[in-house]
Design a protein around this ligand. Structure first.
Ligand code: HEC
Length: 247
């Protein structure tokens, strides 16, 4: 073609460097594409180029990392002694600003174990001082239990709730919710039951985010009533209002 044009029009042949140069220029636009293709299939330990930095990259210590600045070598600093949670009223009556009441807020305390050098979890038995176990608490606990626990554990706490029934129907093979009235659960300290509600246990998730502390204790109280109901004497000693509440 080029030869024909040159011969027909009697044009001088273009110099070799011009043809070569044009060819190279034509290939140049493909280079970014080739680079992009390569970047898509190869991996690199380096982070991607980040042209607009905003505040993404800055010199800082990450959580849990160590730091040469402090004597203990930790980058994360404990709160200054006497720190009060923001927004709490210091002079409120019975204020437990930092939730230091382990029994009420956690159901367990940690104790140093001199033999192992580690910490032991000790669950509290009984109800914390600020919980008054009365009929109002029981009724509240019953209502909360029926909402939050009965779908799995059943209204009577036997581990036969609607969700478990359904899992049998569809053969889902889910772990059966524990029978809350068997001997193992009956001998769990109150604090253990409370912690199970707060943080869950084994396959059961925690309900601490949905159920406030006071209500968790109400559920524990009601659980105790459910357990007692399983071998209650012929003459019921529960208040009439509770009777018939459980199927
Ligand atoms: C989504 C279903 C589900 C809900 C809702 C649920 N549980 Fe459970 N729970 C389970 C399962 C499953 C287990 C057994 C876990 C395992 O053994 O791995 C269990 C175990 C337990 C245990 C036995 C713990 C032990 O000491 O061995 C207690 C106590 C308990 N649940 C209390 C409650 C209470 C109280 C509530 C309501 C606040 C509740 N659960 C809500 C599924 C549930």
């Amino acid at each position: 073609m080029l030869k024909w044009i040159v011969e027909e029009l009697k044009l001088p042949a273009p110099p070799f460097w011009l043809i070569g140069g044009l060819l190279i220029l034509m290939c140049l636009p493909l280079v970014p594409l080739a680079l992009a293709m390569r970047a898509r299939v190869s991996t690199s330990p380096k982070t991607r180029p980040h042209y607009i930095l905003d505040m993404d990259k800055q010199t800082k210590f990450k959580a849990q990392s160590d730091s040469p600045i402090f004597a203990d070598g930790r980058a994360m600093r404990p709160p200054v002694p006497g720190t009060i949670a923001w927004g709490k009223k210091v002079d409120a009556p019975n204020a437990d600003l930092l939730a230091t009441d382990d029994h009420y807020f956690r159901g367990y305390r940690l104790e140093n174990n001199a033999t192992t050098g580690g910490m032991d979890t000790v669950y509290y038995t009984g109800f914390p001082g600020r919980i008054k176990v009365d009929q109002a608490l029981m009724l509240r606990g019953q209502q909360r239990f029926n909402i939050y626990c009965a779908p799995c554990h059943g209204l009577g706490g036997q581990g036969d709730g609607a969700i478990y029934q359904r899992s049998l129907d569809i053969q889902a093979g889910w772990v059966q919710p524990s029978n809350l009235t068997d001997d193992e659960r009956r001998f769990r300290p109150e604090g253990h039951l409370f912690n199970t509600i707060t943080n869950g246990i084994r396959n059961m998730a925690g309900y601490g985010a949905q159920v406030p502390v006071q209500d968790r204790w109400a559920i524990v109280a009601y659980l105790r009533a459910l357990q007692m109901s399983q071998d209650a004497p012929d003459t019921p000693d529960a208040p009439a209002e509770l009777a018939g509440g459980v199927e």
